[in-house]
Design a protein around this ligand. Structure first.
Ligand code: HEM
Length: 325
């Protein structure tokens, strides 16, 4: 558990995701550590996560995004917003009337400046970082796997999504909601993207009531991290869980794949549908309109705080001609 007060925080800050990897190799699916003044238990494994996400508010309580909670930038941004509101001499409800009205109606209550700003920040942080991280990872995976990009383009071509504008009254073919159901391979690519490089690596919870798991006692008051990334990486149902291989989602038993990118249970991501839409549209537009080259064809990735290239990575885009490579 490391040195007093600091526990293993320094090792964690130095090694980041590798810290958890080493612990997992040594201790398995459930192990304890001491991070940032809190005794913490990290738990992985499909069955364990299914069980614990379902026990939300009974055994566990959400701590929100760890990074978000810890983020000093949040306080600074909030102060800037409040200063701006004061300068304008308007209250928060006048600044954001539509948002506030919606919030109040849905909660049947009044919100003050602080509540509203917290809500707005939660949305900005949760929505922005996750989708942009995933979009960047899509660029990297598709660049490293040209055969996947080719297969995707073939699927889009089958539903005329690669048709040049001149074949469609000189406008781009519209992507409609119905068309997604005709793009099963796109769905596989999207899922594999979130499986191999999940934007949120773990869900942080406080233990409400002591319970037993795999023979271990998980004590009340401790912090538990439900390891989303670890569970994806350790999936014993998969041949090579670390490899980006969208075809695995085509297999009949794909329901057995460990897959928790949006968590699960009452606190699962409310932006899941929106993320589906944005990321699938992003991939479609990439396939339709771009060819791109990375400055490093096989960039080394790190997983924390979010999946990203370890070193600076440049991407140059060229407009793609319709129906041409
Ligand atoms: C690829 C994109 C995204 C991923 C992988 C993702 C993942 C997650 C995960 C794992 C959680 C649960 C964390 C926990 O249980 O502690 C979460 C919560 C949340 N997400 Fe997302 N998210 C994504 C996009 C979005 C978008 C686009 C929005 C908003 C439009 C959004 C809004 C939220 C909010 C508000 C919460 C907190 C819910 C709560 O505490 O009850 N997310 N997200």
């Amino acid at each position: 558990m490391g040195i007093p007060i600091l526990g293993e925080s320094l090792q964690f800050l130095h090694k980041k995701a590798k810290f958890f990897e080493e612990k997992r190799k040594e201790h398995g699916n459930i192990y304890k550590t001491h991070l940032f003044g809190r005794p913490t238990i990290r738990i992985s494994g499909k069955k364990n996560l299914e069980k614990l996400f379902a026990a939300e508010n009974k055994l566990l309580q959400s701590l929100g995004f760890f990074l978000f909670q810890a983020c000093k930038a949040k306080e600074e941004l909030k102060n800037l917003f409040l200063k701006r509101i004061k300068e304008d001499g308007k209250s928060c409800s006048q600044q954001f009337p539509a948002v506030l009205e919606k919030f109040c109606k849905s909660q049947n209550s009044e919100f003050d400046n602080d509540d509203l700003l917290n809500g707005i920040f939660e949305l900005i942080f949760n929505a922005g970082e996750t989708t942009s991280t995933s979009a960047m990872c899509a660029l990297i995976h598709l660049s490293k796997h040209p055969e996947v990009l080719e297969k995707l383009r073939q699927e889009l071509s089958n539903v005329d999504l690669l048709a040049p504008p001149e074949e469609n009254n000189n406008s781009e073919v519209e992507v409609t909601a119905e068309i997604f159901s005709k793009l099963p391979y796109l769905d596989c690519v999207y899922k594999e993207l979130l499986r191999v490089t999940p934007a949120v690596g773990g869900a942080y919870r406080r233990v409400l009531k002591t319970f037993e798991l795999e023979g271990y006692t998980i004590p009340e008051g401790w912090t538990v991290v439900l390891g989303i990334r670890d569970t994806h990486e350790l999936d014993s149902n998969l041949d090579d869980p670390l490899t980006f291989n969208p075809d695995r989602w085509m297999q009949a038993d794909s329901s057995k794949i460990s897959f928790f990118p949006f968590a699960s249970g009452p606190r699962r991501c409310p932006g899941k549908g929106y993320a589906h839409l944005i990321l699938k549209l992003f991939i479609i537009k990439l396939c339709q309109q771009c060819n791109w080259t990375l400055s490093e064809p096989n960039p080394e990735m790190v997983a924390m705080p979010t999946p990203r290239p370890k070193n600076k990575l440049m991407c140059s885009f060229n407009q793609r001609e319709y129906n041409k490579e």
